[in-house]
Write a protein that binds this ligand. Structure first.
Ligand code: NAP
Length: 267
């Protein structure tokens, strides 16, 4: 019979380590083979911690197609579907196939410097900022149409599932995960007779390309944040952003979990 492998990652908190031990025993009792290292032949990834643990795991596993489910031992746990006191119910529902798969979109940035180009992807968001808390001055195009010369602290491009994260703190809208869109949200835009920047977030179709072209004199002072991780580039020419063709599969056990999450975690 084919082995039923389940990958388990946990953060280092006492609670997470305790839950991990309990889960490993329950999984073995139910005929599964838990794996503490990422096994590409697994049928499921279980991620124990908060949203940070979920985000780190999907980056580390190179946005694998293997479905992921989160057990929330963190603070907020927007991505974390299962409560630690409902492990038995989780295994029962999983055994019975009482779940559905939700696709999480990724935002993808193609970065062009004078010498190279590379692609980075984010689950929550990609943010263009400046080093040393300086202002950014960047031209913004949507499908090659010039939109604005933005001046301010930064421009944040979020996925629907990332709309509840940094985007929300910057007055961005909450966007349902089923929508194939990106949101471009300004961070502290300057709007004066000297600088004219849009002050409102814009929702843009995910297949469109947002191009950020920093002014030449700022080409060496940029900072890119991808799900909170910092990247610096010299001679930055342009960043093209769109929703990626790759998606993450997340297990959900309640069709109403999106609305329950908003209510329970924000109100
Ligand atoms: P962190 O400092 O541990 O996380 C910041 C907070 O954001 C945590 O409470 C985390 O939840 C929560 N969070 C992450 N993704 C979320 C989502 N999709 N919806 C709602 N809340 C979410 O840093 P981290 O764990 O490495 O996470 C990086 C993320 O922090 C970035 O992607 C960015 O969205 C967010 N961030 C927010 C601000 C801000 O709001 N001003 C500033 C910088 C970064 P848990 O407690 O469950 O981990």
């Amino acid at each position: 019979m084919k082995e039923k492998i389940i990958n388990i990652v946990a953060n280092s908190s006492y609670e997470s380590r305790k839950i991990k031990q309990k889960l490993i025993k329950l999984l073995k009792d139910n005929g599964y083979t838990p794996s503490k290292n990422f096994n590409p032949d697994a049928e499921l990834n279980v991620c124990i911690g908060g949203d940070g643990t979920f985000i780190n795991a999907v980056h580390k596993n190179n946005f694998t197609k293997i479905p992921t489910v989160g057990i929330n031992t963190g603070h907020l746990g927007f991505y974390q579907e299962v409560s630690p006191d409902k492990l038995e119910k989780f295994i029962e529902d999983y055994n019975n196939g009482d779940y559905s798969i939700e696709e999480l979109k990724l935002v993808e940035a193609e970065i062009f410097t004078r010498n190279k180009s590379l692609i980075l992807s984010g689950v929550n968001e990609i943010v263009l900022k400046a080093k040393h808390s300086k202002i950014i001055h960047t031209n913004v195009y949507v499908n090659r149409n010039f939109l604005e010369k933005f001046s301010g602290d930064g421009l944040l491009i979020s996925t629907p599932s990332g709309s509840t994260a940094y985007n929300f703190s910057c007055n961005g809208s909450l966007v349902h995960h089923s929508l194939e869109v990106m949101q471009m949200t300004p961070i502290a835009p300057i709007n004066s007779v000297v600088y004219r920047s849009l002050t409102s977030p814009i929702i843009i179709p995910g297949s469109y390309t947002i191009s950020l072209v920093p002014e030449k004199r700022y080409a060496n002072s940029n900072l890119l944040l991808v799900d909170g991780k910092e990247y610096f580039f010299n001679n930055l020419k342009k960043i093209n952003l769109k929703l990626s063709n790759r998606k993450i599969n997340k297990l959900v056990f309640s069709q109403d979990s999106y609305w329950e999450n908003l209510r329970d975690k924000f109100l």
